[in-house]
Design a protein around this ligand. Structure first.
Ligand code: IPD
Ligand code: CA
Length: 282
């Protein structure tokens, strides 16, 4: 069958590279007073996030004017966030905005593309490190053209687990986040890490550098591209309570194998957050 989305993916890679160059040039020169906040004082956004999202969506729309778009900053500005069966681009112009503001070197441009609610390809450009992660459904995952494979470790006690605190400082949520963390540390695992970018955490799972990544509170644009990179590298995706990953649920568990996923499901004190596609007014 003809690979109808390959040229779209090639275009996405070129756009991500261009966007990443803008992010790279802006990193380190963000003035403190140019940093704005969104849902909470630690949910940061800069003009670069907004400018780069416009650049990406403009470049993709010029080639694919009939497609749908979900972009973090467009949704923040009031655009709809529904994943339908239509071809849909899912974009985070800067995943790791806090890292970007502080020049902590894990900052990604993330572009996923879904059809029938299934991710067809994912592009994560780790722009400060100049690493291009890509995956095409059924065709493997790559970093700069090198095939990626998840870690072969089977024993959770030899695992490194990535997770994040996110930007939710609600006391009940924090209690659960810390309770889960305590249980994971106490297994004991080899270590707990966090890159500060959901997309890059997922690429670390795909690269075999960490065995697992979980988080509650991420958004569809943080994980759409990365989810395919994990599965195409041989990894497993789940909801944090088990069962299939739901991209709009704002919860993710990505691991190198099913045993480690199922063990983490037992340790994670799960909670629900408002879904990305919940349109009820707040
Ligand atoms: C955030 C990063 C961070 C994760 C947050 C995300 P942003 O994305 O991925 O690692 O902990 O949940 O929202 O805001 O930098 O695009
Ligand atoms: Ca972002």
């Amino acid at each position: 069958m003809e690979d109808i989305w390959q040229s779209a993916m090639d275009h996405a890679v070129a756009v991500a590279r261009k966007a990443g160059q803008v992010v790279r040039e802006a990193a380190g020169v963000v003035r403190a007073d140019a940093v704005m906040v969104k849902s909470s004082p630690i949910d940061l956004v800069t003009q670069t996030d907004q400018q780069v999202e416009k650049l990406i969506i403009g470049a993709l729309k010029s080639q694919f004017p009939t497609h749908c778009f979900i972009g973090e900053e467009s949704v923040s500005a009031g655009d709809d966030c529904s994943l339908t069966c239509a071809p849909t681009w899912i974009i985070d112009p800067i995943d790791g905005t806090t890292n970007f503001v502080h020049t902590f070197p894990f900052v990604a441009v993330s572009i996923g593309f879904a059809v029938d609610k299934q991710v067809e390809f994912g592009v994560v450009y780790s722009c400060l490190r100049d690493e291009m992660f890509t995956a095409r459904r059924g065709k493997g995952a790559f970093c700069d053209g090198r095939p990626l494979r998840v870690s072969p470790r089977k024993d959770i006690r030899q695992a490194v687990v990535a997770t994040e605190f996110g930007s939710n400082r609600d006391a009940a949520a924090l209690d659960k986040i810390f309770a889960s963390l305590r249980r994971v540390v106490d297994i004991p695992v080899h270590g707990v890490r966090g890159a500060g970018s959901a997309a890059i955490n997922m690429c670390l799972v795909a690269s075999g550098c960490v065995e697992a990544y979980y988080e509650i509170g991420i958004h569809v644009w943080d994980v759409a591209a990365g989810s395919l990179i994990v599965s195409e590298a041989g990894g497993v995706l789940m909801d944090v309570q088990g069962g299939p990953l739901d991209l709009m649920s704002r919860r993710v568990l990505a691991t190198n194998n099913r045993n480690i996923a199922e063990r983490l499901v037992r340790e994670i004190d799960a909670f629900s957050v408002r879904r990305d596609d919940d349109h009820a007014s707040s």
